[in-house]
Design a protein around this ligand. Structure first.
Ligand code: UT7
Length: 326
């Protein structure tokens, strides 16, 4: 499998750390020193599906395919305003797609989980041209009176078109039950048989525990996937890691003993956009010409569950259409 198209979209509203310090007991210095985040883009006038459509349209356009040629849509999404229908179903008609679709909740590792499934579909011949959309609105899970979680996240969408080719080598996915460290519960209707009323509970996170789990698990994933491919840290041109916290990325980089330039980041601008984060990074770097043809990339992400995913691929240049003047 290889990537032949990329796209991303962010909400217009940019929120700085200073703006958050205006209504939360926090500061720019705390947020930047503990996370690396300076700003995040938050949904205000747009909807998540509008962002997802924009990201998907530019991915399809850059792939050179017509929407009718896409034969599967996989949508990575933790939650949106609908529990049903799926986000994938919502996107089909506006994108001009006529294919099966489903949503996958792999938390922040959802893009890598989606890529792994797409790879299996392509290998078995179940589908040939797959659109993967990762669209997330974590800002809508947070309690905005609590400084512990709300300062960390941003909203966004990314999309990749994949097809047969010599790009991806292999995947390593893991899962483990740690539901207590990171969760978001929705309200449940009372029934004649179960009268316990469940109210929506905004995101609860034990940041320190998630930090430790993330560093430990990602280091293990990276070591194992490098070994599986007979590679060392030196052989990787760029590490595209889940954009959650600069200190987590630095811990992985220090373990590998690799230079900072190999670890591009954009969390400073966007915060943690959950499963959209690696796709946004790929799209930005690719469009800026910073992903060289034949470059070896390592992707690694972790997320609530606790789940992780990692993969290695050889990059093939994508020729983006010229931007039309407005
Ligand atoms: O995609 C998965 C999503 N989650 C993550 O990636 C989170 C992983 N964890 C982290 O990134 C870090 O643990 C945090 C950034 C969440 C927190 O950093 P930390 O260095 O682990 O800080 P801490 O939780 O140990 O808190 C240190 C202090 C506490 O005060 P006391 O107890 O020392 O008085 C917190 O109450 O910082 C306080 N604090 C804040 N202060 C100002 C917590 N949040 C804030 C805040 N502003 N926003």
């Amino acid at each position: 499998m290889k990537i032949i198209g990329t796209g991303s979209a962010l909400p217009e509203k940019v929120v700085t750390n200073e703006m958050l310090a205006g209504f939360l007991d926090t500061s720019d210095s705390w947020i930047t020193s503990r996370t690396g985040i300076h700003t995040r883009h938050l949904l205000s006038t747009e909807t998540l599906s509008e962002l997802a459509i924009t990201a998907a349209q530019s991915a399809i356009e850059s792939s050179g395919l017509q929407p009718e040629e896409i034969d599967y849509l996989i949508c990575s999404n933790v939650a949106n305003s609908y529990v049903s229908p799926s986000m994938g179903s919502i996107l089909l008609a506006p994108l001009g797609l006529c294919c099966p679709c489903f949503d996958l909740n792999g938390a922040c590792a959802g893009l890598i989980y989606s890529l792994d499934i797409a790879d299996a579909f392509i290998k078995t011949g179940k589908a040939k041209k797959i659109l993967i959309v990762a669209a997330e609105e974590p800002s809508r899970f947070c309690n905005w009176h609590e400084r512990e979680t709300s300062v960390l996240f941003g909203d966004g969408a990314s999309a990749l078109v994949v097809t047969e080719g010599e790009g991806f080598k292999n995947f390593r996915l893991t899962g483990d039950t740690h539901t207590d460290v990171l969760y978001y519960k929705r309200s449940l209707e009372v029934t004649p048989y179960d009268r316990v009323e469940e109210k929506t509970m905004p995101l609860v996170m034990n940041g320190r525990e998630v930090f430790k789990l993330a560093v430990r698990a990602c280091i293990k994933d990276v070591d194992i996937i490098l070994e599986k491919n007979g590679l060392t840290g030196e052989d990787i041109d760029l590490y595209l890691l889940h954009q959650a916290n600069l200190r987590i990325i630095d811990s992985i980089r220090e373990h590998l003993g690799q230079p900072k330039e190999k670890f591009p980041t954009n969390l400073q601008k966007y915060g943690n956009t959950s499963s959209a984060s690696i796709g946004i990074l790929i799209d930005e770097l690719s469009r800026a010409g910073e992903l060289k043809d034949g470059a070896t990339l390592l992707l690694s992400a972790f997320g609530g569950g606790f789940v992780t995913g990692a993969t290695i691929l050889k990059w093939s240049t994508i020729n983006y259409p010229e931007k039309k003047e407005e």
